[in-house]
Write a protein that binds this ligand. Structure first.
Ligand code: 5RP
Length: 218
């Protein structure tokens, strides 16, 4: 499948932006999984990795890459992760893999955020992909009502419990005209842990893979 090849090519292309001795943050998902594989090939050259999910941690450990707890390190040199959607302002929707909270934490700590994605993720306007929101379980109905007040249609992601023990609401039909405003608004709903809008902290660079090659956006 072509999308699989593109994910692999951007995953490996990201290696050239990893400096020797770096602490590298890794995201979650099939594209990032390709990057982690690539990182395994230079594991002796980097200091180690901080990971955004149990799934990525397992992969990191299986490749023999040193894994750090974020609390034990000062700075993350570079964070590499994919997105469900990215626009030309480098704002993203993330959380398709339910790892949005830890992803946002590492993105906040990182000096540089590189988004790797196949071209199907590049959009003019965010919001076709339903916006994931991680929610404390007891606040599910309340947060859902507040999201309806904002014009969205929240759908409970059945059977999914995040690594933090919470649930996910996927919000359909949102017109995301001002992504920074909406990110702050949803984050302020009591019971919302994290909204999967990455607009306040955007990516610094994106590698977008298509059949024509890899386009660099800054
Ligand atoms: C996980 C994410 C992923 O980056 C996003 O879902 C893209 O995943 P994939 O690389 O599998 O298409 O935000 O929470």
């Amino acid at each position: 499948m072509i999308q699989g090849k593109l994910k692999k090519s951007v995953g490996w292309a990201a290696l050239q932006y990893i400096q020797p001795g770096s602490i590298v943050g890794v995201g979650t998902g099939s594209t990032t999984s390709c990057f982690i594989e690539a990182l395994g090939s230079i594991r002796q050259k980097i200091e180690g990795v901080v990971s955004s999910s149990e799934a990525s941690s397992e992969k990191v450990k299986s490749l023999g890459i040193p894994l750090f707890d974020l609390n034990d390190i000062g700075i993350v040199d570079v964070y590499v992760d994919s997105a469900d959607e990215i626009n030309r302002k480098m704002q993203m929707i993330k959380g398709g893999g339910a790892a949005l909270t830890r992803e946002k934490i590492i993105a906040a700590v990182a000096r540089e955020f590189i988004c790797i994605a196949d071209a199907s993720k590049l959009v003019d306007m965010l919001g076709t992909f339903p916006l994931p929101v991680e929610v404390i379980p007891m606040a599910r109905a309340w947060v859902a009502r507040e999201l309806v007040r904002l014009g969205g249609t929240p759908v409970y992601r059945q059977g999914v419990v995040t690594d933090n023990g919470n649930i996910i609401l996927d919000v359909h039909n949102l017109a995301i005209l001002d992504a920074v405003f909406l990110e702050e608004k949803i984050n302020n709903i009591p019971g919302c842990v994290t909204v999967g809008l990455f607009a306040c902290r955007t990516a610094d660079m994106a590698l977008i893979g298509s059949e024509q090659g890899i386009k660099i956006m800054r």
